[in-house]
Design a protein around this ligand. Sequence first.
Ligand SMILES: [Zn+2]
Length: 274
Amino acid sequence: MMGPSHALSGAAAWLAGSWALDTFAGYSQSPLAVAVGATVCAGGALLPDLDLSGKVTRNQGGATVARTFGVFSLFVAEVIEKFSLGIYTATRLSRDPRRNNGHRTFTHTLPFAALVGWGTTALATHYGKWAVVGIIFFMAGLALRGLFDEWAERAGWVIVTLCSAAIALFTAARLPGDRGYPMLGFAVGVGCFVHLLGDIITSAGVPILWPIPTGRRMWRMVGVPNGIAVRVGGKTETIVLRTAFTVVALLAIAAMFAPGLLHRFELDAWARER
Ligand SMILES: [Zn+2]
């Protein structure tokens, strides 16, 4: 799938999950906690495509996500792509084809999702509030780039970077210092996982089984059969799926917060009197 669909699916998954936790497990979160989680999860759902670099020197190309912070993120993407290719080459078995590009390899595996999720929580726990600010800044940048791609394209990476910084500082000022950190890593991990699901339904697939070898292949691409695969950028993706993700996200928000809002403005009492 393309960047905006990945980001939307991440946000929708987090909102739906938060609603389910609230409804069935009695675990309720503040609106800010839900908003931060959804933003981080949307950003996390773009993270695996940070292995698609472009022309750094000309500030061109790369996945949506690689352009978030201009040449800086393009450079990071270049490094991640080469690093992933290195892992691919080092662990490839005799039936795995040779590759000269690392896209859709290491960053599209379950160990990667677990690793960045754990790493995020470890960073936040170890370095405290300022690490959290940094993480939210980075993830908010990715989320803005993904969710509002047309605006981000027009505004340019400097504005996107400034907006992410504003979101991070706003959140930091209101963040309780003692809890919520495991949630941050969890949101990143869930985002990556949702990204893998999004790529599995396209015909190219992802190496979801890595590092479990099957038939002298370590990097078997697993995707749905061509006949029913979603075409990247096709109508099923840009219209049907994106609408579905948006509806799920809005319903979850309404179900979690509309009753509280009604109550706050005593609209429920007003409605009962009618
Ligand atoms: Zn991908």
